[in-house]
Design a protein around this ligand. Sequence first.
Ligand code: ZN
Length: 413
Amino acid sequence: MSPYLFNIFVDELLVELNRTSSAVPRSIFYADDGALLASSAEEMQCLLDVVVAWCNRQRMTLNVGKCGYLAPPQSEDVIFLADQAVPRVLEYSYLGFPLTCFGIDFDKHITRRIDQACARTAFLSVHSDRWGPAHRLRVYRQFLAPIMEYGAPLTAAYAERKPQFWAVYEDAINGLVAWISGYDSRIGVTRNVLGLYPLRDRFAALKSGFQVIIRYCPDASPLKTLSGVDCGIRSFYKDFTNDSLFHEFLLSQTDVPILQSGLKRALHTFLRRRQSLILSLDAYRRKLTRLIPFDTRLKHGLRGADRILHAPRLYQKSFLQYRRGTFATSLKCICSSELLFHRRHEACFRLEFGRWLSNKEESARNRAQILLGPGILLTDIDYLLNTGQFDRAYEILQHITRTLAKANSRALS
Ligand SMILES: [Zn+2]
């Protein structure tokens, strides 16, 4: 309520400041967080004098210490707020974006955002050890991803002409994936099992979602009037509002919804389908993730993630290891003093478990194997995981670890 009331209160000042503005407003305010834009120091001083006069009339005081003045490097001008010089800064953080005299520093912005999200995991790690991957993934999606994705439509527009922009940050994200899964190797497989998209695709979707807001904002909004501006930001504005994915969506609709809510819903469905496609193509490229049938992935909550994340928390760690192909790989099998255990070796006769699957299940597994083709083996455990038979799968994995651990400790002594 109070920011809203303040908007009404401060409106008069903005009208006065923007009286001479063309398409680009001279001043923009987000409640009491304001920025003034001018093309010279003299012009800036005039705007500041207007602010000071208004504040005096309203009995408001300004905190000069919190202000910052950005100017081109060669400028030696000093500007004053009443009789105090405004501190000259190289960078000023406005509404969460680092601004320099050349505009938003996007590289710094995204680095900071990812660092913030990673720092949060360091803070959580004491408490999160016992959460299990599914719960950590929930925390990531609910709280950590929004930290990184702040201002995503702008960042995506900036990166549109710089595809290399994302490469650096994909690496940084891997720290978060390691926190969720508990592992820092085979990150590509792990990300896919967790149902996480590449950063670039995620940001592109958020930018397309923002097109709905631009489409419906009133003609007087700076978001619209900027299209008529003839200056340096024009090409950026074009990248920001000419969204190929959004056009693709409009073309895919037989009837484009007229109401904002309808358009939003339809776009949401379109983007969701597209992201599923990206994830399934990525899953197909890797042998281990190709084993997870896409239609068995989670549909609600942890959408896109392997269904093993719905297994009891106690099982999740072993299942994730098995999916990543790293389950018990540091242990030697009993059948040979040389052979390390690996995926597909569950059937070893020395493990003495008998048969895992019934005849009916065996033929279902065989049918699934034929569909997969020869490159990769769908094991009995994969079959059980894919069909959600978590207790049975866990029993087998437990049996393997117990048997191998016993044999390995005997070998050591
Ligand atoms: Zn063996």
